[in-house]
Design a protein. Structure first.
Length: 150
């Protein structure tokens, strides 16, 4: 390779490296906690670049209490809580790519699915449903999600 061509390649590589570093810097500047309450050991969501990680959201009432033992009401409220975090982060529900649903009783899954089908956008994100031994506050359901801005 002649000297002039080698210099051109070197400059292109240097320009590419600078652009990559600038992209990394802007992505990390976008990182932010969503719904963080001082003194709590977690955030409701966390934005890292173009990805939002939504922490497990339960189905409490408007006062923050799990008062209903009805899986339908708790599922409706849990999805609304996920939507609140998604929108506060500047994302849309259609940005959801993955959802994990934790239920205390697998017998509740058919009723949960009825609500989920109505409230979650199409196409539905990838989903895992897991039965757990128990959820904080006596909740019957908790939903965690990941959203990616295109």
């Amino acid at each position: 390779m002649n000297k002039r061509r080698l210099e051109t390649v070197r400059r292109c590589l240097l320009a590419t490296a600078v652009m990559a570093l600038m992209t990394l810097g802007s992505a990390s500047a976008q990182n932010k906690a969503i719904g963080f309450t001082k003194g709590m050991p977690f955030s409701d969501g966390f934005v890292a670049g173009n990805t939002l990680y939504v922490a497990g959201q339960q189905g409490p009432d408007s006062h923050g209490n799990v008062t209903s033992t009805d899986i339908t009401a708790q599922t409706t409220n849990a999805i609304a809580a996920v939507q609140k975090v998604v929108e506060e982060a500047g994302f849309k529900m259609t940005d959801l790519v993955s959802v994990t649903v934790y239920v205390a009783d697998l017998n509740d899954v058919p009723k949960m699915n009825e609500v989920y089908k109505k409230l979650m956008p199409d196409p539905k994100p990838a989903r895992a449903t897991v039965q757990v031994a128990g959820l904080i506050g006596g909740a019957k359901i908790e939903i965690a999600a990941v959203a990616v801005k295109q």
